[in-house]
Design a protein around this ligand. Sequence first.
Ligand SMILES: Nc1ncnc2c1ncn2[C@@H]1O[C@H](COP(=O)(O)OP(=O)(O)OP(=O)(O)O)[C@@H](O)[C@H]1O
Ligand SMILES: [Mg+2]
Length: 298
Amino acid sequence: MSDQAEKLRALVQQQSEKLTPPVLASESLGPRFKTRTIVVTSGKGGVGKTNLTVNLALAFAKRGKKTLLFDADLGMANLDVLLGISPQHSLVDVIHERKRLDEVIFPISENLELIPGGSGISELANLASEKLESLLLRLSEIEGRSEILLIDTGAGISRQVLDFVLAAHEVIVVTTPEPTAITDAYGMIKALNTQNPGATVHLLVNQADTEQEARSVASKLTMIVERFLEIKLNFLGFVEKDVNVGRAVLQQRPFSSLYPYAVATRRVNILAGTLLVQNDEPSAPEGFFSRFFRRIAK
Ligand SMILES: Nc1ncnc2c1ncn2[C@@H]1O[C@H](COP(=O)(O)OP(=O)(O)OP(=O)(O)O)[C@@H](O)[C@H]1O
Ligand SMILES: [Mg+2]
């Protein structure tokens, strides 16, 4: 174990102790919530994570849930692109200490804000320890700012993606019916099984031709997971292939805003409703970012 890791672990511990609710409540950050953090991921890239994340966030916000979108695709962040906004600053400016975190939080609509990811940083784990320390302090400050923190990750089982996924209490694994996407989704679920066994893992089948196809993908994957892994997979639901998604991407607008009556919009609304009804309570009292930094510090 390196000195750096030791130092960082001590800092995480110190911060977790410091960040008790009374301390947070005294800061002028507005009302504090018990934040439900949901990380959206996949094995294979390009399955629709970012589109689903944006539109789920809008659906939560519409239902009156204060929602914060966090773009953890630090290599190629693009939540802002799909939202049709061009934030001047991003998490990268916070990491380099050019901006405070509250200065990069971008308001999208009532109840919805975005922390843009920026680009040019591949792995937080590789940051110098002082930079990580100050980022930890800042991110811990936003814990409790929203009712829901929805995190979009990049593609694949890279260290950068895993750091977020393995720290999560609740994960949505997105797959399409393509065999390669299903195999890669299984790989991600397997990683969760061994390294984050307490997590709630939802399966979301995107780009299905029919409901029947989506259900068949879900039951196959669930069967394999039940047979070989301990973790329980919750089939959250599905979204059909819908040309309106691609159309909306071209116009840099969320599909649910541009096409409120599209099939994909109806499905995302159902998914958001299902998630809110399930109302997962974090099993550990510790916040997401403390867990995240504890992982990085390993
Ligand atoms: N339900 C859908 N119906 C039709 N096309 C879709 C659907 N969902 C996503 N797509 C298409 O897939 C493309 C990729 O989507 P998106 O960028 O959301 O995937 P991603 O998983 O975030 O990709 P990456 O892994 O690169 O981050 C989109 O440009 C869109 O055209
Ligand atoms: Mg994406």
